[in-house]
Design a binder for this molecule. Structure first.
Ligand SMILES: Nc1ncnc2c1ncn2[C@@H]1O[C@H](COP(=O)(O)OP(=O)(O)OP(=O)(O)O)[C@@H](O)[C@H]1O
Length: 651
């Protein structure tokens, strides 16, 4: 009988016994990673027959452990919850461990476990491979890769009835920070632990932590296929506004076929041949950008843009907000500053502030990026509730199935999978302060009725019953959609519309503001990092004033920030050279589009045929007067300026 035939008749348990007796693992029975782990376990002196006695941590010890790993625990919460919902009903457990294989939390159905295992899987128990031998959590820590350990592949006899899958969780530097694990009894044929499920959950956790860590940077979602953008398979890249790459996730390294150190510290342009301001303008205007490499093309979307408010204009409440000690103090401009010099806005701000003072709700309407949320914050900070919390809920961003519990909260045991201790809803969190309901037009109809009742009665009854809680809140709502039309279409309750619409404050689109020039100049100073005095070239400023600004102040902010980032330290004037080609193109289109058709055709034709020579000639003929030359050529000053730059570059 050949060795191979002999060994294939062996069970994993036999193979392990044989290994322990003879010091060699019979071939063909277990995977090489199990064999390696058995050898390590033996060398560490672990005994297969050892009991599962675990030293349990004191309460203080558990609290310290959780505190040390709180970012991981918080980031993993949604995936742990989802896996528990999916997995626990069939006897599965979901575990989170730290980077040393110490359990941070176990959720799910423990009925299938014997009492020793139950105790060994408490928070604080350590599953280091050196102590417990081959096990999914401990072995994943050693291997730094996902592992599945089935039945008697475990080194300890006592856990031979379990099957487990673990995947390591790493931070933005690729360092191990924890392990996620799915465990169930081996005889569970319904839902055996699934390695790809754990890996997918881990990618989502890592991506969430990545986004949270780079609040002051631009964060991009990158993939070769657009359908994978913003998914757990997305590549992620965090960079400064000048394109300096701060961090990348593992997926982008795999997509690009590069190591982390070949990407971090490099410049976007160096890697992808695109200037950051060009990419950012694309992302802003078209929501999507393209990154080209020799290995192929990638698409990207903007996940995060650096936090907007410059400290210089931030108004911070005198006393810290009550909501949570760790909360970042709310900042927003003074109301007078916000209104600027636009008479409609000034009136709106005055009315909004009075409405809140008289306990009336405020409805803010305006196009996207006009500053509805900023306005809500400023109104709150100006109100008598400024010391209380400001709680913002974006009704469009919360999945329909979650919005009810998110808003109204629930009591413990309200439904299967509900959190222990229940959850305080956002309405209750806003008690003593202001509730800001953004994109209220997207609230499902069924919930509109519930919200109406809360606003009428000023009390709230969380899901799952219990006492009603009195609410003292100011309510500000916002929508970029016309709520009146939604009412007419039957998509928004009329009674709620009238209840919310104490005062309707319409923020004008930026292009319609009468104080654009002052606003741009003032805003520029606020955005300038070190108090440097910066001006905009008068030719460029005129073009900016003529532009339509479909993304309103948000788009203006990006444009100015990008321009500032591209100024040399000794430059004091922003001109066309600091503006991306794409955005210049748009400025031109606006200008050319304003010309009569025949002149437009002439201008474009002239430009294409005679090119730069004609440009130089026109400028010379006009004695160097750019505006006059642009007029003569029938093109905008922006285009002319760019052509001149090209000429100078060529010369
Ligand atoms: N008056 C202002 N002064 C300075 N910055 C502003 C002002 N108004 C808005 N912004 C900036 O513009 C951006 C968009 O503002 P905000 O999110 O309040 O707009 P919004 O109307 O609520 O947008 P959306 O409808 O897309 O949610 C933010 O980055 C904000 O900092």
């Amino acid at each position: 009988m050949s060795n191979q035939q002999h060994s294939s008749a062996l069970t994993v348990e036999d193979a392990r016994k044989q290994f322990l007796q003879q010091g060699e693992v019979p071939s063909g029975i277990v995977r090489s990673e199990i064999e390696d782990s058995w050898i390590r376990s033996l060398e560490a002196g672990v005994k297969c027959e050892s009991p599962l006695d675990m030293e349990s941590l004191s309460r203080g010890g558990v609290a310290d452990l959780k505190d040390k790993n709180r970012h991981l625990i918080e980031a993993a919460h949604p995936e742990v919850k989802q896996l528990v919902d999916y997995f626990a009903a069939d006897g599965g457990l979901v575990m989170l461990a730290d980077c040393e294989a110490t359990i941070l939390g176990v959720k799910g159905d423990k009925r299938h476990l014997d009492s020793a295992t139950r105790q060994a899987l408490e928070t604080g128990a350590n599953w280091d491979e050196q102590l417990r031998g081959t096990n999914a959590v401990g072995t994943a820590v050693v291997e730094r890769s996902p592992v599945m350990i089935k039945g008697h592949e475990h080194f300890l006899d006592k856990v031979g009835y379990l099957s487990c899958c673990s995947a390591p969780i790493t931070d933005s530097k690729g360092e191990l920070i924890g392990v996620l694990d799915l465990t169930s009894p081996t005889d569970n044929r319904e839902l055996p632990p699934n390695l790809s499920l754990v890996q997918q959950a881990v990618r989502s956790i890592e991506n969430r932590m990545f986004s949270g860590q780079f609040q002051q940077q631009v964060v991009l979602s990158v993939h070769s296929r657009p359908e994978y953008l913003r998914s757990s398979w997305q590549g992620m890249l965090a960079m400064e506004l000048d394109g300096h790459i701060q961090a990348v996730n593992e997926q982008i390294c795999q997509l690009l076929g590069r190591k982390r150190e070949q990407l971090v510290g490099k410049n976007l342009e160096e890697l992808f041949g695109i200037r950051p301001e060009v990419l950012l303008t694309d992302l802003h205007r078209k929501q999507r950008g393209q990154l080209r490499t020799r290995g192929g093309d990638f698409v990207c979307e903007l996940l995060h843009f650096p936090n907007s408010f410059p400290a210089s204009i931030a108004k911070t409440p005198a006393k810290p907000a009550k909501a949570k000690p760790s909360q970042i103090p709310l900042s927003a401009p003074e109301l007078s500053e916000l209104a600027g010099q636009d008479p409609r806005l000034k009136k709106g701000v005055r009315m909004g502030s009075r409405a809140l003072a008289h306990e009336l709700p405020v409805l803010i309407q305006g196009e996207t990026g006009t500053g509805k949320e900023v306005m809500a914050k400023s109104l709150h900070l100006d109100s008598r509730r400024s010391d209380g919390p400001f709680v913002a809920v974006n009704c469009a961003a919360i999945p329909e199935g979650l919005i009810e519990s998110e808003l109204f909260g629930y009591r413990e045991g309200a439904f299967t999978g509900s959190r222990k201790g229940g959850m305080t809803g956002r309405l209750e969190q806003a008690h003593g302060g202001t509730l800001f309901l953004d994109e209220i037009g997207d609230m499902p109809l069924a919930l509109q009725a519930r919200l109406l009742r809360v606003l009428q009665e000023r009390t709230i009854a969380p899901l799952g019953g219990g006492d009603e809680v009195a609410l003292d809140i100011a309510v500000i709502c916002a929508s970029h959609r016309d709520l009146k039309s939604l009412v007419a279409e039957g998509a928004f309750r009329e009674d709620l519309y009238y209840r919310l619409n104490g005062v309707c404050l319409r923020i004008p689109a930026f292009r319609d503001r009468t104080d654009k020039r002052e606003f741009i100049n003032g805003f520029l100073q606020q955005l300038t990092p070190d108090g440097r005095r910066i001006e905009i070239d008068p030719v460029l400023l005129e073009d900016l004033l003529d532009y339509q600004w479909p993304g309103n102040i948000r788009q203006l902010e990006t444009t100015l920030r990008v321009a500032i980032a591209f100024m040399e330290p000794d430059e004091a004037i922003i001109d066309m050279s600091h503006i991306s080609d794409d955005f210049l193109e748009e400025l031109n289109q606006t200008s050319v589009a304003e010309l009569p058709d025949c002149i437009q055709a002439d201008a474009i034709g002239a430009l294409k045929s005679s090119e730069l020579v004609a440009v130089q000639k026109a400028v010379d003929q006009c004695g160097g007067n750019i505006s006059a030359a642009a007029n003569a050529l029938g093109i905008s000053r922006a285009t002319l300026y760019r052509k001149l730059k090209q000429l100078q570059g060529d010369g």
